[in-house]
Design a binder for this molecule. Structure first.
Ligand SMILES: Cc1cc2nc3c(=O)[nH]c(=O)nc-3n(C[C@H](O)[C@H](O)[C@H](O)COP(=O)(O)OP(=O)(O)OC[C@H]3O[C@@H](n4cnc5c(N)ncnc54)[C@H](O)[C@@H]3O)c2cc1C
Length: 478
């Protein structure tokens, strides 16, 4: 019998599992996909907002500033990127300036650092901004992270501290039993005292499994362009327009890896699997970002993608214990600023729904991050290659990722078994060629390190195998 089962391995499930792993509990995480961080946590703007945006009186307004303040230390402990690059909210006219005043009042009330800037200052900082911009509200402590790496790092560290993770386990039914709940997946059953429903866009489906119809989830799609690292000169800060009722608008966001994101749109869709990009959506992004920044080099686009916000039918995060089913906790409707709030959401869940937890004396707080060989100086690189020549064997030419980095990433507590899982962790395939050159080599390394037939290596989900039969192939990896 488990003490707690967490349903869903996105950033919310990951933070809750990590927080619970500080205590003497038997915890399990069930994830329907072949890897964690495979839905909304994989496709978003990756901004740690400071918390000036949510409306007063909401859980979002309460948890976002706390989450923001917790991130820096967590990222340090887990050795994952966190860059405080700052954000500009820009105003073009009197209406926008009025909106900036509202944001400023919220920032003052929530102790959020801000600065008011005028063209003489902000155009020096950001010369590519549209010169018609009249005023900027700057939030210098706004940060960016890599949500996929952060999610994996939280789960890796929680596993070291006792968490059990089962992938490819889609929760299909839940039955109350005397001591708690029986959870049925497609092929197994689990028993638990507590359930925490962190199933993102499927969270209302999970709640309905115990007859809880009190909320629904709307799927709000956001489409993006990804620009090559060559476009990183465009902006140092995140550039936002003034927010509207549909959200924070279409932004320009530098990523921790040096790319630039342009997006997202905000359209409601009916299909929870619809992460397609569309001509209309991308045209909208193009028109809107060109109002913020001059001369955007769209010819440097290396990819487009879309993510689905799990927008709750109640306009706030939906976090509560079901009144008829004790210890069944919904953590739903976690749209933006869900990533920024996630550490605070985890603490909120534990403070409000768990009693008298016993801390573990031997909790292991830190984790060693992945190698980033390309970022090292020449002397260190030469030393590492001397110690292990696999550091000198570059597999992904675009992102300059070596064989040894991939090997290190495979032999981790949460073993990545697919091409996409490796890509999400250390980025082979994220560059200009999008995996055209490195994917076959990644398959070979995965097969060799995990003693699996290359034909059984999948791109992502089960049955997404790429190879049908042996061919001459590339012989660089033995
Ligand atoms: C376009 C866009 C931009 C955004 N930008 C930002 C931003 O800049 N900053 C910010 O703070 N937030 C942002 N967000 C919001 C943020 O991405 C989400 O709040 C966050 O990722 C939600 O995480 P989650 O764990 O709740 O959901 P998910 O990441 O979707 O995880 C849910 C998990 O549950 C699993 N699951 C579902 N059903 C089942 C089942 N039956 N059995 C087992 N497992 C199941 C799924 O496979 C998935 O892995 C953005 C969102 C979008 C879409």
């Amino acid at each position: 019998m488990n003490d707690v089962i967490i349903i869903g391995g996105g950033i919310i499930g990951a933070f809750i599992a990590h927080e619970l792993s500080h205590y003497k509990l038997k915890i399990t995480l069930l994830e329907k996909d072949n890897d964690v961080a495979n839905e909304t946590t994989m496709a978003n703007s990756a901004i740690i907002h400071t918390g000036y945006d949510p409306k007063d009186g909401t859980l979002k307004a309460k948890l976002n500033p706390i989450g923001h303040d917790l991130y820096k230390q967590i990222c340090k402990d887990l050795d994952v990127p966190y860059k405080e690059i700052g954000a500009y909210v820009v105003a073009f006219d009197d209406n926008d300036i009025k909106t900036l005043e509202e944001l400023k009042t919220r920032a003052i009330n929530r102790n959020i650092i801000y600065e008011e800037l005028y063209p003489d200052t902000f155009l020096k900082q950001e010369p590519n901004l549209n010169p018609e911009i009249k005023k900027v509200l700057s939030f210098p402590t706004t940060a960016i992270i890599d949500p996929m790496q952060t999610c994996v790092a939280l789960i890796e560290n929680a596993i070291v501290n006792g968490l059990k993770v089962f992938l490819n386990q889609e929760v299909k039914a839940i039955e109350p039993i005397q001591e708690g709940y029986k959870i049925k997946t497609q092929d197994k059953e689990y028993q638990t005292k507590y359930i925490i429903n962190c199933a993102g866009i499927n969270s209302s489906k999970i709640a309905k499994m115990i007859g809880d119809n009190s909320f629904d989830i709307i799927f709000r799609k956001g489409e993006y362009y990804v620009l090559d690292k060559k476009a990183s000169y465009l902006t140092k800060h995140i550039i936002y327009p003034c927010p509207s009722t549909m959200g924070k608008g279409v932004l320009i966001v530098p990523t921790v890896h040096g790319n630039t994101l342009l997006g997202p749109t905000a359209f409601d869709v009916d299909d929870s699997l619809d992460t397609s990009t569309t001509l209309n959506g991308l045209e909208e992004v193009k028109t809107k970002v060109q109002k913020l920044i001059k001369d955007i080099p769209f010819n440097l686009t290396i990819r487009t993608f879309a993510g689905l916000r799990a927008k709750g039918s109640i306009d706030d995060f939906i976090i509560y214990e079901n009144e008829n089913h004790p210890h069944f906790i919904n953590v739903a409707g976690i749209d933006s600023p869900g990533i920024a709030s996630a550490p605070a959401i985890a603490k909120y869940v534990i403070d409000n729904f768990f009693n008298e937890l016993q801390p573990k004396e031997n909790f292991i707080k830190t984790r060693k991050g992945y190698y980033n060989f390309d970022s090292l100086d020449d002397e260190t690189k030469a030393q590492l290659i001397k110690e292990n020549p696999k550091f000198g064997h570059i597999i992904c030419r675009c992102e300059k990722i070596s064989e040894q980095e991939i090997i290190d990433c495979i032999h981790r507590p949460l073993v990545p078994k697919t091409i996409k899982a490796i890509k999400k962790r250390i980025r082979p395939g994220m560059g200009r060629c999008q995996g055209g050159f490195c994917a076959p080599l990644v398959i070979k390394i995965l097969a060799r390190e995990l003693s699996i037939n290359p034909k059984d290596i999948c791109y992502d989900s089960i049955n997404s195998n790429i190879l049908k039969q042996e061919s001459k192939g590339d012989d660089h990896v033995e």
